[in-house]
Ligand binder design. Structure first.
Ligand code: GEK
Length: 242
């Protein structure tokens, strides 16, 4: 585990929009663990389902890999198959750290790390694609294009594992759950001030959608079936099969 996240403590407020820069990279593991309910479960689900859906002689992708929590479980879960893991992030700091953490896998040819915008990445011959808490950071008008590209790149029977923060159709439900989420963060040691400052800096950077919007998009794009695997407050993991 890296350094403790104190980016938003009182007197340390940059007022800048949130970005995945060096400062965030240094504290990222602590930040995501203390901020996202069910985060570890989402990674365990990647482990479980990638074992079921990955196929010999294909690629598996981790889009928006950050420090490679899913990449690590993908590498373990496809260990006995002839599969290359391709992990992509557009944060130079994240990919630089991944290059250090995973150098042996890269040297063995089992992993390719790419510093790239996933909007322009090529996805091909994929048996599994993982996009864990990333779509929410893309421009809304680019999301369907990315999901269409993933669908095209997946082999028939392949699986897309997606985790997202969501909001609800009812404003009241969104407000109540958001309150519980803030309590979750307080329990994990964040102050009210830190929570408010992070929320402000994420304004317009992370834009959530409802579960219904996600299902409609996947349906329109052509996924034959989809299911919710887990939800924890306003965070959820889904599996869609081509
Ligand atoms: C995990 N999946 O630990 N292209 C590439 N990467 C991007 C883009 C983009 N257009 N936009 C954002 N990112 C990880 C956690 S974090 C989620 C993912 C969070 C990257 C961004 O640089 C960051 O590393 C990641 O998506 C989002 O399972 O912090 O809430």
């Amino acid at each position: 585990m890296g350094k403790q996240d104190d980016i938003f403590i009182e007197g340390n407020l940059s007022g800048l929009p949130f970005s995945f820069n060096e400062e965030v990279t240094e504290v990222f593991e602590d930040m995501i663990d203390r901020s996202v309910p069910g985060y570890k479960t989402s990674v365990n689900l990647v482990d479980y389902y990638s074992r079921q859906y990955s196929r010999d002689n294909s690629y598996v992708y981790d889009l928006g890999c950050s420090l490679g929590a899913s990449t690590k479980v993908l590498l373990d879960s496809v260990n006995d198959k002839n599969i290359k893991v391709i992990s992509i992030d557009n944060s130079a700091a994240m990919i630089e750290k991944c290059n250090k953490l995973f150098s042996s896998y890269v040297d063995e040819g089992r992993l390719e790390l790419k510093l790239e915008d996933i909007n322009i990445s090529e996805i091909t011959n994929a048996s599994v694609v993982v996009i864990n808490f990333v779509l929410q950071f893309l421009d809304r008008d680019k999301r369907t294009l990315l999901i269409e590209k993933i669908f095209k790149g997946l082999n028939p029977g392949g699986g897309l594992l997606i985790s997202e923060k969501v909001h609800f159709q009812s404003d009241r439900e969104s407000k109540n759950i958001s309150l519980l989420h803030h309590l979750f963060k307080e329990k994990n040691g964040y102050t009210k001030m830190e929570i408010a400052a992070k929320r402000d800096s994420l304004e317009g950077v992370m834009v959530t959608e409802t579960e219904e919007v996600h299902f409609q998009r996947m349906n329109r794009v052509g996924f034959s079936r989809g299911e919710k695997l887990m939800s924890n407050l306003n965070f959820a993991t889904y599996l869609f099969i081509k």
